[in-house]
Design a protein around this ligand. Structure first.
Ligand code: ATP
Ligand code: RIB
Length: 308
């Protein structure tokens, strides 16, 4: 099994469910509140770790009580805390998440705080870690200059870079050069390529545009419709698993973390996409983001039941 790194945000998720999402200036009485670990990077790291990978999590916390939410989860899950950075100036990030309890639709405001202030010297100190890893997974919830520096270190040391292009931010075209893979959802794929990914042909067009920018493999997640996979030779949609959905927040993170874990075991990207679909399908059956990530035993059981 190869080593992998997830570099990205930790934030505390403050999640409220209500009968509908508030419209402008409206206050809606909610039915449920949950506070827990979140942030795209951390969700993906936890999904990857719980799926059985040898994964190092890099993120940045404030010097405050919200940081304990992260550290306690890492302790409980027996995760390596060696690469947790701390800011003395900025607080731990937060996300305000509203979920419509009837449709599962959500609205999120994320404030990355400490994770928007990762210093280049801090990134430079990670070179040995990056060098030892086969893959590093990034998202867009940290300051982009830190992502750019990680990418430089990775390419210098022959480590493959996967970018989950979430949440969408505009980055220079150069950033896409020499990426091993991007994993946008439909909205992000359209924002980057200008192509509305509403069928297989358009997904292929969007993938071609990513490839022109210098990306080797393109995976576009399609929510309950599964995932479009393009490796340059073969391009197909792999269906999702049909399950009873409770909360889809963090489904993309479950997918990305599960995918990385599968790659680290030597699965090819097609096998990894099926495994990741299973991790994500299990996550949407539970409330919350990090707390919804399944264990390896759950994933294996789910897959063996679906294959029989
Ligand atoms: P989010 O922003 O909510 O974390 P996302 O938009 O990044 O999600 P999606 O494309 O919605 O990501 O979903 C990612 C993956 O999760 C899909 O490719 C699929 O495998 C799985 N998935 C999402 N929704 C469902 C669902 N309702 N049932 C089964 N699997 C799902
Ligand atoms: O992808 C879901 C995540 O996005 C949440 O955990 C929230 O923190 C936001 O960043």
């Amino acid at each position: 099994m190869s080593k992998v790194v997830v570099f990205g945000s930790f934030v505390v998720d403050l999640m409220a469910r209500s009968p509908h999402l508030p419209s402008r200036s409206e206050t809606v009485k909610g039915s449920y509140f949950q506070m827990g670990a979140g942030g795209k990077g951390f969700n993906q790291g936890v999904a990857c770790h719980k799926a059985g990978a040898d994964m190092a999590m890099v993120t940045k916390l404030g010097n405050d009580s919200f940081a304990d939410v992260c550290l306690n989860v890492m302790q409980d899950l027996n995760m390596n805390k060696e690469y947790i950075l701390t800011s003395e100036k900025k607080p731990t990030g937060i996300a305000l998440i509203m979920v419509d309890e009837n449709t599962g639709d959500n609205q999120i405001t994320v404030v990355p705080s400490a994770c928007s202030d990762i210093k280049i010297e801090e990134v430079n100190s990670l070179e040995n870690l990056i060098k030892e890893a086969d893959y590093v997974l990034l998202q867009y919830e940290v300051n982009q200059d830190a992502n750019e520096r990680i990418k430089e270190l990775a390419l210098k040391n022959n480590t493959k870079v996967i970018v989950n292009t979430a949440p969408y931010v505009e980055v220079g075209d150069d950033f896409y050069k020499n990426l091993y893979m991007v994993t946008p959802n439909e909205v992000e794929a359209e924002a980057v390529t200008g192509i509305k990914v509403d069928n297989l042909e358009n997904a292929k067009k969007a993938a071609a545009i990513f490839r022109e920018k210098g990306v080797e493999n393109v995976l576009i997640t399609l929510g309950s419709n599964g995932v479009f996979v393009s490796d340059g030779n073969k391009e197909e949609i792999i269906d999702s698993f049909k399950v009873k959905t409770v909360d889809t927040t963090g489904a993309g993170d479950a997918f990305n973390g599960g995918f990385l874990a599968a790659l680290s075991e030597g699965k090819d990207i097609w096998q990894a996409a099926v495994f990741a679909n299973a991790v994500a399908a299990l996550s949407v059956q539970k409330l919350g983001t990090t707390p919804a990530m399944p264990s390896r035993e759950e994933v294996d059981k789910f897959l063996s039941e679906r294959n029989n």
